[in-house]
Design a protein around this ligand. Structure first.
Ligand SMILES: [Zn+2]
Length: 366
C-alpha cells in the first residue's frame, strides 16, 4: 500500500513514533488526507546502511550501493532520477544531498545518473513542506499559474491594465476569463464596453434613486445582468426597479401608519405583512384586522399553548385513524385539517371571555 503511514513507519528512525499522527489516512496518495492528531516538526535523517554485505542476498558478489544492497538486488527497488525528483517533488540539489544516492552509468545518455529511492524522496518532500497537507498546498500553488493562465494574464494586461483587481468592475468583466478563459478575451472587451454603457446610463438617474437601488441590493444585480448580456433594455429595467422599490416604501408607510393607529407595531416576521409589501396582496384592512386578532390572541389569551395541544391531538388522531403513512401523504392530511384545528384553538382561547369585553374584531370567534 502506497501511503504516508506506511512510509512513516518504514522509516521509523526519522521520527519519534509517538510524536507522529496516531493515524494518518492517505488514500490514492495525497488525496483525502485526514489527521487524528497534529503534525509535529520532524527531520529527515539519512539512513546509514551497512555497506559491507548486501542485505538482500547477503553476498559481496556485486558492488554494494549506499543503500546496503548490491547492484544486482537493487533493481527490485523503485528509483526516481534527480531530474524527476526535482520536477515532481519540487526538491533542489541541496535537498537531494540529504538523501542516499545510487549513481549509475547510463548507456544511452553516456553519463552517470543519480537515482534516489522514490519513498525517500516522498518522505523528504512531505517533511520539507510540513506534512502531507502543506505539501499538497505547495504543489497546488506552484502549479497555480499554468502557461495558459499566464497567457490570459498577459491578454488582460493589454485590455484591462488600469483596472484594480479587487474592484467590482474587474470581478464582473475579467475574473471568469482569468479563471478559466471562459468567453475569450473578446467577451472581456464586450463586458468592459457594457460596463461603460452602464455607467453612462446611470448618469440619467438621480443620486437618490441610485441610493435606493443600492439599499435594496438591486444595483449590483442589474449591473451583473447587463454586463453579462442577460438584460438588454437596462434603462427601462432600472426605471422599473425604482418604481417597485418606491411602491414598496409607500406600502410600508401605509402599513405602519395603519398598524400604529391600532396600537400595533410592524413585524418583519409576519407573512401577511411581507405579502402586502411585495404586492402579493392588497387587502390592507383585512391584514390590519388579522394583525389585531393575532396580537389579541397572543397577548391576552393562552392561544399558543391551546393551539399546540390541538395540533398534538390532531397528529394523534391521524395516527390512530390512518396508522403510519408515508411522509407526503401524512403531510397532505395534516395540512387539510390544520385550518379547522386553528379555528378550534381560537374559539377555545376566548371561550371564557364575556362578549361585552371582547373587541369587535374578535366576535367572529364566538
Ligand atoms: Zn544482493
Amino acid at each position: 500500500m502506497d501511503n504516508v503511514l506506511y512510509l512513516v513507519f518504514e522509516n521509523a528512525q526519522c521520527f519519534q513514533p509517538e510524536t507522529l499522527y496516531s493515524t494518518v489516512t492517505v488514500s490514492k496518495f495525497f488525496k483525502d488526507i485526514t489527521y487524528s492528531t497534529g503534525w509535529k516538526k520532524v527531520y529527515f535523517q539519512k539512513e546509514n546502511y551497512d555497506t559491507s554485505t548486501c542485505s538482500k542476498c547477503h553476498l559481496n558478489k556485486y558492488k554494494i550501493t549506499s543503500f546496503g544492497i548490491c547492484t544486482k538486488c537493487i533493481n527490485t527497488y523503485q528509483f526516481i532520477t534527480a531530474t524527476d525528483a526535482k520536477k515532481e517533488w519540487k526538491l533542489n540539489d541541496d535537498d537531494l544531498e540529504e538523501l542516499n544516492v545510487y549513481e549509475k552509468w547510463h548507456n544511452t545518455y553516456r553519463k552517470t545518473i543519480r537515482l534516489f529511492l522514490r519513498k525517500d524522496v516522498k518522505l523528504y518532500a512531505i517533511i520539507k513542506y510540513g506534512g502531507p497537507a502543506s505539501y499538497l498546498n505547495f504543489i497546488r500553488k506552484s502549479h497555480g499559474i499554468s502557461k495558459s493562465k499566464q497567457k490570459r494574464i498577459d491578454s488582460l494586461t493589454v485590455v484591462a491594465k488600469d483596472i484594480d483587481k479587487h474592484s467590482t468592475k474587474f470581478q464582473l468583466c475579467c475574473s471568469d476569463y482569468l479563471a478559466n478563459g471562459s468567453g475569450g478575451i473578446k467577451s472581456v472587451k464586450q463586458k468592459l464596453s457594457r460596463w461603460d454603457d452602464f455607467e453612462k446610463i446611470m448618469l440619467k438617474f438621480t443620486d437618490e434613486d441610485i441610493e435606493l437601488l443600492k439599499t435594496y441590493n438591486e444595483l449590483s444585480f442589474l449591473q451583473t445582468g447587463f454586463v453579462n448580456g442577460f438584460v438588454v433594455n437596462i434603462e427601462e429595467e432600472i426605471q422599473h426597479k425604482i418604481t417597485i422599490i418606491k411602491n414598496k416604501i409607500q406600502r410600508k408607510n401605509n402599513l405602519i401608519t395603519k398598524l400604529n393607529a391600532c396600537g400595533l407595531q410592524f413585524r418583519h416576521d409576519s407573512k401577511i405583512c411581507r405579502q402586502y409589501l411585495d404586492g402579493a396582496r392588497d387587502d390592507l384592512d383585512t391584514i390590519i384586522e388579522i394583525m389585531q386578532e393575532m396580537n389579541f390572541f397572543f397577548s391576552q389569551t393562552k392561544y399558543q399553548s391551546i393551539l399546540n395541544r390541538h395540533i398534538q391531538q390532531m397528529k394523534d388522531d391521524i395516527r390512530i385513524e390512518y396508522g403510519w403513512l408515508p411522509q407526503d401523504e401524512y403531510q397532505d392530511i395534516f395540512e387539510y385539517g390544520l385550518q379547522t384545528t386553528i379555528l378550534q384553538a381560537k374559539k377555545e382561547a376566548i371561550k371564557s371571555w364575556s362578549i361585552s369585553k371582547l373587541p369587535s374584531y374578535m366576535l367572529k370567534y364566538r
